[in-house]
Design a protein around this ligand. Sequence first.
Ligand code: 5GP
Ligand code: MN
Length: 346
Amino acid sequence: MLSKIISEKNIDEVRHLLNNAENVAIVTHISPDGDAVGSSVALAHFLISMKKKPIVIVPNCFPVFFNWLSGTQDIIVYEDHHEETKKAIADAQLIFCLDFNSIDRIDGIAPYVRQSEAKKILVDHHVNPAEFCDVVISHPSISSTSELIFRLICRLGCFPNITKECAEAIYMGMMTDTGNFSYNSMQPEIYQIISELLMKGIDKDAIYRCIYNTYSVNRMRLMGYCLNRKMKIYPEQKTAVIALTLEEQQRFDCQVGDTDGFVNLPLSIEGVDVSVLVREDIKKIKLSFRSQGTFPVNKMAAMFRGGGHLNAAGGESYQPMRKTLWKLENMIKNRRDFEQTTEEQI
Ligand code: 5GP
Ligand code: MN
C-alpha cells in the first residue's frame, strides 16, 4: 500500500470535477522534458479510459526521442498550431496544469488558460506554487509529476484503468526526472510503483534504450566537442560550465533535445558538484543547473528569472553570451552565498 500523499480533499475535488467534464485540456511547460510529456500523456491515456476527451497541448516542440511513446502523436504544439490550441482551451470544461507551477512557464498558451472559465487542476512537484488553479496538488518531495499522476489515478480507485501505454508514459517521466534513478530517487515507494508498472507489462530496459541510446552521430560529436573544447572547470568552486553558442549548435546540426543531459556529464568528475550548461537560443540564453549533494542550484537559477529543484534547475538570460557568462562566473566565485544554511535544512 502506498502512503496517501495526496489529501482526501484533493481527491474528492478531482473526482467531482472529472464527473462534470468531457473535454479536458492538459497543458505542460515550455521545452517539455520527459516528465512533462510523460505525465501529460499518461493522464490523457487514463482520461480516455474514463470515456473523456483529453487534448495535450505543449508550448513548443519536444525532442524526437519521445516519439515512440503512444499518445505523443496527438499532442498539439502551440508554436505551430495557434488556432487548434485556442479552440482546444476554449472547448475545455476542465484544464490540468502539469509539471509547472507558475503560469509564465506555458509561454504563449498562458493568456488562453487565464481567460478560460474552466476549472483548473495543478499537479506538480516544484516548490512555491503560484495561485492560478482551483485545485492544487503540489508535492515538492515527490521526484516527478508522473509519479503524482500514478498516485492520483490509484487514489481515484482506478488502478485497473492503467494500460500498458499509460504505464510506459508514467515510467518515462519517473525515469527522466531522476536521471534513470540516480538522483532524487531515495524514496522506497518509487520502487514499489515501478514494480506495479512492470506488472502492467512495461519493458523498462527498452524504455531506457529509447530515451538514452538513440543519439544521432551529430549529437554524439557535439557531446565530444562540449567535453573536449567547451567545458570550463572552476576547481576551487567545484563547478563546471559548458557554454554553447548558436553557431556551434548549428555547426553540429543540433536538433531539439540534442543537448539534453549534457549538463549532467561534468558531475561524473571527482570533486565537481555543480554543473551549468549555458545554451544560446534564437531569442534568449537558456541556463541549466545541476548539483549533487546539498548545494541548492534553484537559488542560482532564481538569479536568472528561473527556479526548479535543489539539484536541478533552470533559468534564462536576455543579455549577450559574454555578459551572461560574466554574471554566472561572479556567482560561481561567490558560491558560498548560495550554500544551504543549517537553518534552511531544518
Ligand atoms: P532543465 O535544466 O532540464 O531545463 O530544467 C531543470 C529543472 O528546472 C526542471 O525541473 C524545470 O522545471 C526547471 N526549470 C528549467 N528552466 C526553468 C525556468 O526558466 N524557470 C523555472 N521556474 N524553472 C525552470
Ligand atoms: Mn518534473
